[in-house]
Ligand binder design. Structure first.
Ligand code: 5GP
Length: 139
């Protein structure tokens, strides 16, 4: 497995070198809106610690990320009055991973509405901003 790259996009977001629509932060984790959402309210949870994916993350960092993923899952269901929630997590190119800093996708789901393609269209920043605010309010 390749080494962790300090210049991956999510590391830049964590350092504040790249903008994002932040949803939540604590000492170990950070959450923000996915720029190419597969559905309304699609957001991402990452550890602050450097980890490429589930294969190299420290167990305590993974536990923190999962706890935040559960917290955010409840918040998105409340914020969007969703019927369910889908969690995705990809590892290495063969596993579908595109950005090499561990992340969990949280996607609110609605009866009869299919997911849009992975890494499809860029969302309007105003919509991302409004959706981030909705989730924050539901936390
Ligand atoms: P994965 O590595 O899980 O296969 O996919 C990476 C995810 O990160 C995709 O859902 C993609 O839309 C999202 N993404 C890629 N670049 C950026 C970015 O610069 N900002 C944000 N907020 N999301 C991104």
């Amino acid at each position: 497995m390749a080494a962790y790259d300090n210049d991956n996009i999510f590391a830049k977001i964590l350092r504040g070198d790249m903008p994002c629509h932040k949803v939540y932060e604590d000492t170990e984790t950070f959450a923000f809106m996915d720029i190419m959402p597969r559905g309304e309210g699609h957001c991402l949870v990452i550890p602050k610690a450097a980890a490429r994916n589930i294969l190299d993350v420290e167990a305590n960092d993974l536990a923190s990320v999962i706890a935040t993923t559960q917290r955010l899952s409840k918040a998105v269901v409340k914020a969007f009055d969703a019927d369910g929630v889908t969690i995705h997590q990809f590892n290495e190119p063969a596993g579908g991973q595109l950005v090499y800093h561990l992340h969990f996708h949280i996607i609110p789901r609605f009866e009869g509405i299919k997911l849009k393609p992975h890494s499809g269209d860029m969302e309007d920043p105003e919509i991302l901003k409004a959706n981030a605010e909705k989730i924050r309010q539901a936390l």
